[in-house]
Design a protein. Structure first.
Lengths: 105, 162
């Protein structure tokens, strides 16, 4: 939907767990900032992020405007094995979507 | 003659439309709980006070302060040069965590993010948030029907909600 997709996702086994790190590429406009012409930039921010491991939905993150630009998240998944598929999908308040997936290494 | 056929066609169309609408309504009614869960909680994110946000998001605002939650904000802790991206980290030993909410008291809309956790997820959870000015940053964990709250006061050099 018009946004350059440079979302990054890394999943790595660390000890017994899988460490997942996500870096999404999104401006996260709050609707309060102004551009150079002193006009308000309309709000555009990611609202909903979901994470799947294989076919199981493991985490939902709901964001407000206070999530930083280019949102970064990191968390662990219990257990896991090399080769598991991790998938992230997000949608923002104007309907732009993105998805990124990777395999656990 | 033609107008009569038209009339009939209209009736038939009307019937078809209302039938399909009814079917859609019924279907959405059946799906309602799931859709509500999946929906972005607009009221909670648009609430302007911490209490309102909590009440809307979690249905209750009474919380127990708890030291079982480790909550770090900023690097070094409790300080951030740039409020536009302040690292946070939440770690806890509480079992059966259902939901975690992060709120910034002085932000225009305090609720920053809300996580729905399944048992497959283990903390720590790390992320970055925006903080407008020096403020309490609050992490609320709901587990076993109880709320656990931890807060940190964070100093911000450059506000991050511009």
């Amino acid at each position: 939907m018009g946004l350059a997709s440079k979302d990054r996702l890394r999943a790595k086994i660390k000890g017994d767990d899988t460490t997942v790190r996500v870096l999404l590429s999104h401006p996260m406009h709050t609707g309060r900032a102004k551009n150079d012409a002193d006009e308000l930039i309309p709000a555009q921010f990611i609202q909903d992020i979901r994470c799947w491991r294989n076919e199981e939905e493991v985490l939902t993150i709901k964001c407000g405007t206070a999530t930083a630009k280019n949102p970064y998240f990191s968390f662990q998944l219990v257990g896991g094995a090399i080769g598991d598929r991790i998938r992230i999908r997000w949608v923002d308040n104007v309907g732009a979507k993105g998805s990124v997936d990777t395999t656990v290494i | 003659m033609t107008s009569e056929t038209d009339q009939q066609r209209r009736q038939v169309l009307k019937g078809a439309i209302s039938a399909s609408t009814l079917a859609m309504v019924a279907a959405s009614g059946l799906l309602l709980p799931k859709q509500l869960l999946a929906h972005w909680p607009k009221d909670a994110f648009n609430a302007e006070t911490v209490e309102d946000a909590l009440l809307t998001l979690l249905g209750q605002a009474e919380v127990a302060e708890d030291s079982a939650v480790s909550f770090k904000v900023g690097t070094p802790p409790s300080y951030a040069v740039n409020g536009a991206s302040v690292p946070i980290q939440i770690l806890s030993n509480i079992a059966n965590i259902e939901r975690i909410a992060v709120l910034v008291e002085k932000n225009p809309f305090p609720l920053a993010m809300s996580l729905d956790i399944t048992p497959a997820v283990r903390l720590p959870f790390k992320s970055m948030i925006k903080i407008r000015e020096d403020s309490q940053v609050i992490a609320i964990i709901r587990a076993n029907g109880k709320l656990y709250k931890t807060s940190r006061f964070v100093e911000v050099d450059i506000g991050g909600c511009g």
